[in-house]
Ligand binder design. Structure first.
Ligand code: ADP
Length: 297
């Protein structure tokens, strides 16, 4: 398949250099766009809100996410980071009570348009979760699974090797491809899951707390891998670990929970979205400062 999901034409959205970093003082009302030179927005998120049944989980999120960059989503538990990242590959479609409002452009096309097949979307926009979740199959079959289901053309051995190389795992597993993936260490299993996501030729990798179950050495390997992968992919990562966000990401969105307009509920909102060094060293909003300096958690 070409660069996009079925029926999605590639039309990268240029970002002018004049657009400057600013804070969403009124969440949802301002487009939060960072200073950008020749960067291309891959996702154009406009006024996105998500309900679970009656509950409004995230409110009026508007921001652009950029190609070949790592975007970190940070904020306290329950502020909607996972809900938001799941919007980006239509994973919320799988939760019956979830309803997504607003629009998300992906390469300039509406990700939620009726003619877009969510299954194709998830192949182009891969996802890795907190807990490594390999299939109870051989290492080889874990990687080959997606390409087989998709009927990908080409030599399967080469497809598998290429994905494992991109996942920085090839050298460790090339002599035991037929052994069960459950025999790998946690860190290896997570790199296997990354390689599995890469095997269907995505252009975006969504990572929802990919290192929170891993030891520091395995975490370091995943972070090095992310740095390598961003040359070819756009990455969005949810992390509770602020040092990790500061280390790996180019852009950071800080989410928090705010009282709803009628004061009866609490909703997730984006407080600030800017280049990572700005968010961590010179944030615009007091709430961001309190969070990144550890005054509130
Ligand atoms: P975070 O990832 O920042 O911890 P979540 O996106 O998991 O936040 O949750 C945001 C809000 O949405 C929370 O109030 C949570 O209870 C609610 N929520 C998340 N997932 C579901 C779900 N599947 N069904 C109902 N409510 C949910």
């Amino acid at each position: 398949m070409a660069q996009n999901p079925a029926n999605v034409e590639s039309e990268p959205k240029p970002v002018s250099a004049e657009e400057t970093a600013r804070t969403a003082t009124t969440p949802g009302e301002s487009r939060i766009t960072p200073a950008a030179g020749s960067r291309q927005a891959i996702f154009d998120v406009d006024d996105v809100s998500v309900h679970y049944g009656e509950k409004l989980a995230i409110r009026n999120v508007t921001l652009d996410l950029y190609e070949n960059e790592i975007t970190a989503l940070i904020g306290p538990s329950g502020c909607g980071k996972s809900t938001f990242i799941r919007c980006l590959n239509r994973m919320n479609d799988l939760i019956p009570s979830a309803k997504v409002a607003g629009s998300i452009g992906y390469h300039g096309e509406n990700l939620y348009a009726e003619n877009i097949d969510p299954v194709q979307v998830r192949k182009r926009i891969g996802m890795v979760f907190q807990k490594p979740n390999p299939f109870p199959k051989s290492i080889y079959d874990n990687i080959a699974f997606g390409p087989r289901v998709m009927g990908m053309k080409g030599n399967m051995d080469e497809i598998v090797e290429s994905a494992l190389r991109r996942g920085a795992l090839w050298d460790e597993v090339k002599d035991r491809m037929q052994t069960n993936a459950f025999g790998m260490s946690g860190g290896q299993q997570q790199r296997l899951c990354i390689a599995r996501a890469l095997a269907t030729s995505p252009d975006v990798l969504l990572m929802d707390e990919p290192c929170s179950a891993l030891d520091p050495i395995s975490t370091g390997r995943i972070e090095d891998l992310m740095d390598e992968l961003k040359k070819d992919y756009s990455i969005v990562i949810v992390t509770h670990n602020m040092q990790q966000a500061a280390r790996v990401s180019d852009m950071t969105a800080f989410f928090t929970v705010e009282l709803s307009e009628d004061g009866k509920d609490r909703n997730g909102v984006v407080v600030e979205y800017a280049p990572t060094d700005k968010v961590f060293t010179n944030p615009e909003d007091k709430r961001t400062e309190d969070y990144v300096t550890g005054k509130v958690g």
